[in-house]
Design a protein around this ligand. Structure first.
Ligand SMILES: *[C@@H]1O[C@H](CO)[C@@H](O)[C@H](O)[C@H]1NC(C)=O
Ligand SMILES: *[C@@H]1O[C@H](CO)[C@@H](O)[C@H](O)[C@H]1NC(C)=O
Ligand SMILES: *[C@@H]1O[C@H](CO)[C@@H](O)[C@H](O)[C@H]1NC(C)=O
Ligand SMILES: *[C@@H]1O[C@H](CO)[C@@H](O)[C@H](O)[C@H]1NC(C)=O
Ligand SMILES: *[C@@H]1O[C@H](CO)[C@@H](O)[C@H](O)[C@H]1NC(C)=O
Ligand SMILES: *[C@@H]1O[C@H](CO)[C@@H](O)[C@H](O)[C@H]1NC(C)=O
Ligand SMILES: *[C@@H]1O[C@H](CO)[C@@H](O)[C@H](O)[C@H]1NC(C)=O
Ligand SMILES: *[C@@H]1O[C@H](CO)[C@@H](O)[C@H](O)[C@H]1NC(C)=O
Length: 367
């Protein structure tokens, strides 16, 4: 198949206000990443531009894409994207010194949007995670989308199919809206493994849905079926709002883990609300390490409907030794649902948990 030509809609307007549409070329059987990287290196698609993966095409993203700092750029995933299907190819990329830290690595800029499509048949990013889960393969697993250091923008209408590792991380970003994304990481083979730290519901191991680091992040209408945290709010996060979402099969809506190796944690103003938690291990949880410093402040979980959840307001608490991350102004409000009682906590604690007196735990749940 002949590579598609670059398509430009630019002419007839003043250069300073021109908007460029770069349609990513595709070659059957070949890696399509070099075509993207080549265009990015020219520099005319890194501002005032749409980088379009067009509908009707399944693109081969056989090597990671590393986006430079961009301004006013929309990356539109309207076609399907596929990772390599074989595990060693991906492991070699992740192990490589040039690996940018995620399969899709954004490195900053202003007004950057990553969007998929609401067309149900297209816009899927297929990582072929099933083979990894079935093999219990955890070495050199790629993270999905690192949306780092972006000021202003969005992640919306993205659809992830069987991811291998972390999905979306927003570290160092600010003023980003994360709306109407789907992550489907449910296993369709093998035995369903429930509620243990090492073998999750879906057997999609260590695979958080959204990892919120940064400031002024708004998450709404997201749909996550996975085997790890649905949302995890990390150190440095401030002004995080999560609303109107659905989480199934994973670990819950989490803060942390904080304070590893004495780290000074700083998390504040987090509101997590109006979410259905279905067959998850926890609904709301806080994770920190003994010996941590700093604080998590003003954290609210409210209007949480849970179905078949063993620990709606986990986790169990603290060891009272050493320094611990302080918790201030935590509120759990209006939780309702059914508790799964047959499951024992994978992180046993000698102390009975009270949802309103949170403290640190003596060891980490691998998340
Ligand atoms: C991008 O467009 C804005 C106007 O929307 C303009 O001010 C800016 O100079 C443009 N940037 C480039 C690199 O063309
Ligand atoms: C970017 O610039 C290169 C070199 O001038 C040109 O060949 C290419 O068509 C441009 N791409 C777009 C999308 O405008
Ligand atoms: C921000 O980017 C979007 C495309 O994602 C564009 O439509 C919009 O004009 C940009 N905003 C500014 C202020 O340039
Ligand atoms: C796109 O990928 C998804 C997930 O792999 C798949 O279900 C769907 O059939 C694909 N769409 C097309 C048109 O091939
Ligand atoms: C976050 O939002 C607040 C309130 O709108 C604003 O004052 C602050 O500058 C924003 N922070 C960043 C990093 O954009
Ligand atoms: C424990 O906290 C105290 C008081 O904040 C601080 O001076 C000390 O360095 C901390 N110790 C460790 C091991 O982090
Ligand atoms: C606590 O966080 C909420 C949002 O989560 C915010 O509206 C409120 O202003 C914060 N309170 C303080 C005292 O900062
Ligand atoms: C919970 O998940 C199960 C398994 O996927 C599904 O059959 C059920 O409809 C879901 N329940 C709710 C309340 O969403």
């Amino acid at each position: 198949m002949v590579p598609k030509r670059l398509f430009v809609t630019a002419a007839l307007v003043a250069p300073s206000s021109a908007w460029t549409v770069f349609t990513v070329p595709h070659t059957s059987g070949r890696d399509d990443t070099p075509g993207v990287m080549q265009a990015l290196s020219v520099g005319n698609v890194t501002s005032n531009a749409t980088i379009l993966f067009e509908k009707g095409t399944t693109y081969n993203i056989f090597t990671p894409i590393s986006f430079p700092i961009m301004h006013n750029v929309e990356v539109a995933i309207e076609g399907n994207l596929t990772y390599p299907t074989d595990i060693p190819t991906i492991q070699a990329e992740v192990a490589s010194s040039s690996y940018p830290g995620a399969w899709f690595a954004f490195s900053g800029g202003t007004n950057v949007t990553l969007r998929g499509t609401t067309d149900p048949n297209w816009g899927w990013v297929d990582a072929h995670g099933q083979a990894w889960w079935d093999a219990n393969q955890q070495t050199n697993r790629p993270h999905g989308f690192a949306f780092s250091k972006v000021s202003g923008g969005a992640i919306r209408d993205m659809k992830i199919w069987k991811p291998i590792g972390w999905n979306f991380a927003t570290s160092g970003s600010s003023n980003v809206q994360i709306v109407n994304n789907q992550i489907l990481a449910a296993s369709t083979t093998g035995r369903r493994q429930v509620y243990t730290a090492s073998q999750c519901y879906s057997r999609s191991l260590l695979c958080p849905g959204f990892s919120a680091g940064g400031t002024n992040l708004s998450f709404s209408s997201n749909y996550v079926v996975n085997g790890d945290d649905c949302l995890t709010v990390g150190n440095g996060a401030k002004n995080i709002h999560w609303i109107d979402s659905y989480c199934e099969g994973g670990h819950g809506l989490s803060i942390g883990s904080l304070g590893e190796d004495g780290q000074v944690a700083d998390v504040e103003n987090v509101l997590i609300e109006n979410t259905v938690m279905n067959n998850t291990l926890y609904a709301a949880r806080f994770k920190s390490w003994t010996g941590g410093n700093g604080a998590a402040r003003n954290i609210t979980w409210r209007n949480i409907a849970f179905n078949n959840v063993p620990f709606p307001d986990g986790p169990p608490p603290p060891s009272n030794t050493a320094n611990n991350t302080r918790v201030e102004d935590f509120l759990f409000q209006n939780f309702a649902g059914t508790i799964e009682e047959s499951v024992s906590d994978p992180i046993p604690s000698p102390i009975i948990f009270s949802p309103f007196i949170l403290a640190t735990r003596s060891r980490k749940v691998r998340a």
